[in-house]
Design a binder for this molecule. Sequence first.
Ligand SMILES: Cc1cc2nc3c(=O)[nH]c(=O)nc-3n(C[C@H](O)[C@H](O)[C@H](O)COP(=O)(O)OP(=O)(O)OC[C@H]3O[C@@H](n4cnc5c(N)ncnc54)[C@H](O)[C@@H]3O)c2cc1C
Length: 388
Amino acid sequence: MTEFTTAEQALQAADVVVLGGGPAGLATARLLHQRGITPRVLERDAGPLARSQGGSLDLGEQGGQLALREMGLGARFDELARPLGQRLCLMDPDGTVRIDVDEAAGESRPEIDRVQLRQLLIDSLPPETITWGAEVVDVTPLAGDRHRVGLADGTHLDADLVIAADGIRSPARALVTAAQPAYSGITFIHGDLRDRRRGSFVERHTGEGILHAVGDNKAILAQRAADRSVRVYFAVRIAEDPTRVQGERFGDSAAVREQLRKTFAGWSADLLDVLDEIDGDFAYWPLYGMPAHQLWLPHSGLTLLGDAAHVMPPFGGEGVNMALPDAVELVHALFSPEHSTVDEAIAVFERRMLDRMADVVLAADAAGELLLSPAGTAPLLAHFAAAR
Ligand SMILES: Cc1cc2nc3c(=O)[nH]c(=O)nc-3n(C[C@H](O)[C@H](O)[C@H](O)COP(=O)(O)OP(=O)(O)OC[C@H]3O[C@@H](n4cnc5c(N)ncnc54)[C@H](O)[C@@H]3O)c2cc1C
């Protein structure tokens, strides 16, 4: 049996499998590939555009942006990023504008559509790295710290190292922790305004950035995308619907419009006109979060990162700003000469990630409480005043 003296040497001889081809999984693959290791990425989607890839993400200078620069992808990000996406309009339910600023305070956080970020990462890898249409259904420990990854088509593959970046429902999580994502109590119902709706009330107030109309424990949030469409989220505190899954299209748009008109009764007619302006289906997006403090059990040959480790409601805008640095820190640890085994490197990475995660998860929860408050815009206005 070969003896290795560093984690890197062991890794060079290992079968590395990454679960999930989202930002975290693809970033990990990119960083490994830059260091001469090409892992196999298993992605459930049939292809890059198999389903709607979500709205836009803001990447912080010290979070997602720094990580992309580390991957040698900073220049491409700069071409795609939209600094004007930081514009914010905050509104009361009667349509009164309370804040209209071109740039939020603090670090630069330009926007990029999730679909563009994912494509940028896909383009940075040899095409054969990603196996599309590969849905992981289970991960089982084998002898020698290896794991068997079972796929929905009945096949499997065995790996020396499994890096689980397969998001909220990761089948690998149970091998690492008993913690589970819990429903936050808040659901987004979202739809899109296409280009022909230019000039409507919501489109105008969204501008190049975002509109937050908030009041009475609910909100209408709108965000510009790179293709000029506007994604509109109706954020409501409702019970989880066990018959639907996250991302599911409702189909019956008329019924959704009617329900949302009732839920937002009393709000400005200008704002509610957006319900008729949305083209196509509405989608169901309940928000989940992992606990800020998690106990991870001893494990070997396996780790979790990104949303698989710490999914959180998107109010702090930190999901991807955690996920990309996770990938950087994991790969740095794996290639650090200080670590003599892969498990030792992983343990160091996990300790740092779990430490980093706790405050971010708590901040995301707090941001949700500010945005969906019984006191409407008042808590947000106080928050912005204090931050100035
Ligand atoms: C479709 C989609 C849309 C999103 N839209 C937004 C948004 O608009 N705004 C926002 O702030 N955040 C959004 N997010 C979440 C955001 O992308 C993440 O918080 C962040 O990027 C962390 O990335 P991640 O790679 O850890 O997880 P994710 O982005 O969730 O990526 C996980 C990947 O794993 C794949 N996967 C899941 N289960 C399996 C399985 N069993 N087998 C194989 N592959 C699997 C998924 O298809 C996905 O590609 C979205 C996530 C998804 C999946």
